[in-house]
Design a protein around this ligand. Structure first.
Ligand SMILES: Cc1cc2nc3c(=O)[nH]c(=O)nc-3n(C[C@H](O)[C@H](O)[C@H](O)COP(=O)(O)O)c2cc1C
Length: 335
C-alpha cells in the first residue's frame, strides 16, 4: 500500500514528510514553533493573527533566518491572518507579499476572503482558507483557494458560534464530497480536535488530505504561550472548555457576531457566560478584573486558549516530538 502520509496530495504539494499543518495561532505560533515544525516536515504557518506588522515581520524573519540552511524546510514556511482584521489594516500582508523568498502559503480565516485572495493569488502564493460551513467552503473555492481547512467547533480559539457551528466529524466528509464533485483540484485539511495519530488517521479516512493542528502544538516547548497557561491545559480534561463571546468582550476584540471563542471554562467565564448582555452593556469592571488576572497570570481570570483536544494533551514536549508521535501513530493505524 502506498504511504498515505508522505504520499498524500497535501504532503506532495508542499514538500512535507507528513500531512500536518501547524495552525497560525495568535500569540502562540511564533518563529521558534514554526521553525521546529517546518524542520519536522510539517507546513508551518506563523500566527500573523490580527495583522500586527511588527510581530509578524519579527517572527517570520526569525523563522526565515533559522531555516536558511535547510531550504527544504524553509519552503514549508507560511503565515496566517484573520481576514476581517486585514480588511482594516493589511500592512503585515503587504510586507509578506514583498518578500523576496515567497511564503509557501498564506492562510485567511474568519471573513470573506474574496478581495484579499486576489492579491495573494496574483503574487503566485498558495491560498489556504479556513471555513466553518459548506457555504463558506463554496465561497473559498470561488475565491481561488488551493487548500480549504474545514474547522469544526471542537477547535481551540475562534470558530463558528454555537448556533451555526458544525463538528469536525460531519463537516470534513461533507466538504470532501463537495470538493470531489465540484473542485477536485482543491485540497482539504481537517481542523478541530486533532491532537494525536488517531485524529490524523481519522481526518484522512473522512476524506481530508491532511490535518491542521492547533492546540496540541500550542502546548509545546517552542510555543509563545506562558508555561503556566500550558500547564493549565495539560491538567484539564476535554470537558473543561467552552465556546462563547465572554473573552472577546473581556479582550475588547470587535469580532463579527457569528464567530466566538473556545477556551478553558474558568472562573471568570462561568461568572459571565449566562449574562452576556449584562457584560456587553457594562463591561468595564469585568475587563479590569480580567486584565489584572492576565497581569498576575491568574488563570481563574485570564484566558487559556485551547480546544476540546486539551483532554488528549498530557505533556508539552518539543513540537518536533509531537509531530513525530502523531505521524508514527497514524502510520500504524492506517496500515
Ligand atoms: C491558541 C490558539 C490561537 C488561535 N489563533 C488563531 C488565529 O490567530 N488565526 C486562525 O486562523 N486560527 C486560530 N486558531 C484556530 C486554529 O487555526 C485551528 O482552527 C484550531 O486550533 C484547530 O483546532 P485544535 O485547536 O483542536 O487543533 C487558534 C487556535 C488556538 C488553539
Amino acid at each position: 500500500m502506498a504511504d498515505r502520509l508522505s504520499d498524500s496530495r497535501f504532503a506532495r504539494r508542499f514538500g512535507l514528510s507528513t500531512p500536518i499543518a501547524l495552525a497560525p495561532m495568535a500569540f502562540g505560533t511564533g518563529g521558534a514553533l514554526a521553525t521546529t515544525c517546518a524542520k519536522a516536515g510539517a507546513l508551518a504557518l506563523i500566527g500573523g493573527a490580527y495583522g500586527d506588522l511588527e510581530f509578524t515581520s519579527t517572527q517570520y524573519s526569525a523563522a526565515e533566518e533559522a531555516l536558511c540552511d535547510t531550504p527544504e524546510a524553509l519552503a514549508r514556511l507560511g503565515c496566517g491572518f484573520i481576514t476581517w482584521r486585514l480588511e482594516e489594516d493589511s500592512s503585515a500582508l503587504d510586507w509578506l507579499l514583498d518578500r523576496e523568498a515567497k511564503p509557501a502559503a498564506i492562510m485567511l480565516s474568519f471573513g470573506d476572503p474574496t478581495a484579499l485572495a486576489k492579491r495573494i493569488i496574483a503574487a503566485d502564493i498558495a491560498l489556504i482558507c479556513q471555513v466553518q460551513t459548506l457555504a463558506m467552503a463554496r465561497e473559498a473555492v470561488e475565491a481561488g483557494a488551493s487548500v480549504i481547512v474545514a474547522q469544526g467547533a471542537e477547535a481551540g480559539g475562534h470558530g463558528m458560534n454555537a448556533l451555526d457551528g458544525r463538528s469536525t466529524f460531519t463537516l470534513v466528509p461533507e466538504i470532501a464530497d463537495y470538493l470531489a464533485a465540484k473542485a477536485p483540484h482543491v485540497q482539504l485539511l481537517a481542523a478541530g480536535g486533532i491532537a494525536d495519530g488517531r485524529g490524523l488517521a481519522a481526518a484522512l479516512m473522512l476524506g481530508a488530505d491532511g490535518a491542521l493542528v492547533g492546540s496540541r502544538l500550542w502546548a509545546s516547548a517552542e510555543s509563545l504561550a506562558p508555561e503556566a497557561a500550558i500547564a493549565q491545559a495539560v491538567a484539564a480534561d476535554g470537558d473543561s472548555t467552552a465556546r462563547s463571546k465572554v473573552f472577546d468582550i473581556l479582550r475588547e476584540k470587535n469580532w463579527p457576531a457569528h464567530f466566538d471563542f473556545r477556551a478553558l471554562r474558568n472562573g471568570i467565564h462561568r461568572e459571565w457566560e449566562g449574562r452576556l448582555d449584562e457584560l456587553g452593556a457594562d463591561p468595564a469592571g469585568a475587563i479590569a478584573n480580567y486584565k489584572a488576572g492576565v497581569e498576575a497570570r491568574d488563570y481563574s481570570r485570564a484566558h487559556v486558549t485551547v480546544g476540546e483536544g486539551t483532554g488528549l494533551i498530557k505533556d508539552a514536549p518539543s513540537a518536533g516530538e509531537i509531530i513525530a508521535a502523531i505521524d508514527a501513530e497514524a502510520r500504524v493505524l492506517l496500515q
